[in-house]
Design a protein around this ligand. Structure first.
Ligand SMILES: O=C(CO)[C@@H](O)[C@H](O)COP(=O)(O)O
Length: 224
């Protein structure tokens, strides 16, 4: 299992103070910045684009920026996000006509590539591309909004993806996103996740460092 990564979703941050919020959450012990891009087409919400990613880099953010594209189509935004400083770019297979081509495009642009599975997306979308991926992102809520409840069937799905990643022999991260909290992160880690996105659980609390430390302690307990 890879070193656990905590990736706070800035969807729940105060956008009026975004640079400061990102600085604060990284200083509080976060590893990555999870950057949710919504287009009011693939998902029924509208958020932020490459300009904001670039602004965070210009502000001085050096941590990996983990871009989750909830957009359709995908490909024309990939070069823009790569130029804007994205480290990883993940997309939904339903939103790309040519999944393999989109993965190659992300890598050709110098980013790590991830594929995102919604709660009802079957695992066979991984069949011919798993070896090309750097990350599999399992959604434990339907995409579009922060603050939703964790869908319990994601735990079994995590176990099944973990088996497939281990069988591949490659170091592919297994990320979980949606409803992740200190009180369920232990069982999520035990089911095989190594990368944890949390929005409201972190930005909804006054002490980011305390929540992140509690999350790390629960992950460590699950590993014993
Ligand atoms: O991508 C999404 C929602 O589409 C997530 O990243 C959420 O933003 C996570 O928020 P919480 O469920 O942790 O509040």
């Amino acid at each position: 299992m890879q070193t656990p990564v905590i990736a706070p979703s800035i969807l729940s941050a105060d956008f009026a103070r975004l640079g400061e919020e990102v600085d604060n959450v990284l200083a509080a012990g976060a590893d990555w910045v999870h950057f949710d891009v919504m287009d009011n087409h693939y998902v029924p919400n509208l958020t932020i684009g490459p300009l904001v990613c670039e602004a965070l880099r210009r502000h001085g953010v050096t941590a990996p920026i983990d871009v989750h594209l909830m957009v359709e189509p995908v490909d024309r935004l990939v070069p823009d996000f790569a130029k804007a400083g994205a480290s990883l770019i993940s997309f939904h297979p339903e939103a790309s006509k040519h999944v393999h081509r989109t993965i190659q495009l992300i890598k050709a642009e110098g980013c790590r590539a991830g594929l995102v599975l919604n709660p009802a997306t079957p695992l066979d979308v991984l069949d011919h591309v798993l070896d090309e991926l750097d990350l599999v992102l399992l959604m434990s809520v339907n995409p579009g909004f922060g603050g939703q409840a964790f869908i319990p069937s994601a735990l079994d799905k995590l176990r099944r993806v973990r088996e497939r990643i281990d069988a591949s022999g490659r170091s592919i991260r297994l990320e979980i996103d949606g409803g992740v909290k200190p009180d369920n992160i232990g069982e999520i880690a035990a089911a095989g996740a190594d990368t944890f996105v949390a929005g409201s659980a972190i930005f909804g609390k006054p002490d980011y460092a305390a929540v992140i430390a509690q999350m790390r302690a629960e992950i460590a307990k699950a590993a014993r």
